[in-house]
Ligand binder design. Structure first.
Ligand code: URA
Length: 205
């Protein structure tokens, strides 16, 4: 799919964006999620970090990347010299998509329609922050930011762009690093992820 430049027509005042996202009913995902999780970080950040969608813990707390994937991200970011507090951290999709399984809630990947509906908010965040660089983590972020569903494994470590021209450095999703079973493959993917984060730091220097 070809994305057109900044489709989001949202033009409310800066401080009203979180409340507007919180009230979103643009797609059915709001029905089952606890709350929308909006981005957090400085509104003048040079770096925007985009993940997929909130996970179980993010859905409950209302903050992005605080669960297992977020903790792994923090650990590797520190090793790569990336200070998360200087970045605006958000997700391509703002509501948690899951299927109930007993007491557990099993993550479901958002589909293209859900990603497209939520681009309204992602575009609004990009327009507000105007980052110099976006770090897109995983296939969903890559699709939301570039419109391309091409395999993320072939694109990580490479710089693409949003339709309006903001550079997008693509990388793996930290949840993928948690899932890889083979120890060598896990170590390789982790090293690649660390390199990509370090590349983001260098690009902003
Ligand atoms: N995974 C994501 O993509 N985002 C979060 O906020 C948490 C886990």
């Amino acid at each position: 799919a070809q994305l057109t430049a900044h489709q989001s027509a949202w033009d409310g005042p800066k401080d009203a964006l979180p409340a507007a996202i919180a009230a979103c009913t643009r797609c059915p995902l709001h029905c089952n999620a606890t709350q929308a999780v909006t981005g957090e970080g400085p509104l003048d950040a040079g770096l925007m970090i985009v993940g997929e969608q909130p996970g179980d813990q993010e859905d409950l707390s209302g903050r992005p990347f605080i669960g297992p994937a977020g903790q792994l991200f923090d650990q590797i970011a520190t090793q790569a010299g990336l200070d998360r507090t200087q970045a605006y951290v958000t997700n391509a999709v703002k509501h948690f998509k899951f299927t109930p399984h007993g007491k557990r809630r099993i993550h479901q990947r958002p589909n293209t329609s859900e990603i497209d509906h939520c681009r309204w908010w992602l575009d609004a965040e990009i327009a507000q922050v105007q980052p110099k660089l976006i770090l897109g983590m995983g296939a969903t972020a890559a699709e939301a930011l570039t419109g391309s569903r091409d395999a993320i494994l072939n694109r990580s470590g490479k710089v693409e762009a949003t339709p309006s021209g903001t550079p997008v450095l693509l990388t793996l999703h930290p949840s993928y690093l948690l899932r890889v079973a083979d120890p060598q493959a896990k170590a390789d993917a982790t090293a690649q992820f660390r390199n990509d984060l370090h590349m983001a730091v260098r690009m902003l220097a």
